[in-house]
Design a protein around this ligand. Sequence first.
Ligand code: DOR
Ligand code: ZN
Length: 432
Amino acid sequence: MNKLLLRNGTIVSSQGKKKADVLCENGKIVKVDEDITVTDDMTVIDCEDQFVIPGVIDTHVHLREPGGEAKEDFITGSKAASRGGVTTILDMPNNTPVTDRVSRLDAKYDLADGKMVVNYGFYIAATGDNLEELKKADRACGVKLFMGKSTGDIAVTDGLDEVFEFCVDKPLVVHAEDEARIEARKREFANINDPSVHSLIRDDESAYLAVKTALHLAKKYGTKLHIAHMSTAKEVDSLRKFHGGNVTSEVATHHLFLTTDAYSDLGTLVQMNPPLREVGDKDALWDALNDGIIDTIVTDHAPHTLSEKKRPYREAPSGVPGLETLLPLMLTSVNHGDLSFEKCVETMCEKPAEIFGLAKKGRIEEGYDADLTLVDMSREEIVGEKGYQSKCGWSPYDGWKLIGWPVATIVNGEVVFRGGAVHEKFVGKPVF
Ligand code: DOR
Ligand code: ZN
């Protein structure tokens, strides 16, 4: 039962491209071979002239349930993911209430049950005084530590040692911005109201100071540290010089595609934490991605309603949505020759699965989960012209022409997005 055959596509992995058929059965990839014989019980998708990649794994999203359902919820957020070719999402704990205890983590899994069209895992937040909860949180995909305050107002400055010491197996994802420096600079720039001051307040030194502390602690304790949203050349330099420990890092698409220039047109719409940076920083991030210093690409999908985002600076919340544009932006870059298709698959599918221990995900091999994305590299679309799946209904890339789009998304062997439409098949499963 439930056999799906992807025929005549070109499969992409970090190792290269090859033409092969992919047969999925009961949610698993059961055969990858040239010329698989079609039988009556198969649903066949012709993938001629298309590429088949492992479903994208986005390890950094904020879907807002519980507590922020006016911005996004599990249904709309997971539909946005499927529309963007993303088949697994790992969701952050800065909810209301904050997911900082096992009881709240369990309640969040209960709340999500049966609502997602993609697979999912949830983080638990470190608060500096909840070590016993972290130890019991077997179902957490990782521990999230905010060193500087962002949406949710969590900032941990005390009790860092215990958290770094504990996270030697479970990934510790760190939002590295130095809270003391940010507070001081908020006072220093208190009379400037232009949104671009956001990048001055939360400057590159703020990121550097926090990353330096995180790297020091990771070395001391052998922490499985994952540095979230690297945004500056200074952080890249620190990581290049760092030897030892088990440290990985990610970059968010907005830091690869936008710089402080975007404030003049988009103002508070492009306010996020860490903030937009200079062209030199963007260039350093691209180099680090191509060199393997940065391991993964994420969205940091952080939806807020347009009316919230259009408030004046200091009242507007930080964050931009990204799930529907992550893959098209990166594929457009592949088309422009800024990175290879192989690197794209490595950083968005293979490495996220490895770092977060997602067994049987991230590759197109027999025995792996049938999470697959079909890609048309010559398809041109304007961002936003067909609307958005995300409840927030906007994008910082609205109006951008991108070339290279997902045309079908398959989760656990079921087609959840195809022909421009997201099908309400709530087949997503927790990954832990
Ligand atoms: O800009 C951001 N928005 N950065 C974060 O760290 C949190 C996120 C959110 O949840 O809105
Ligand atoms: Zn985030």
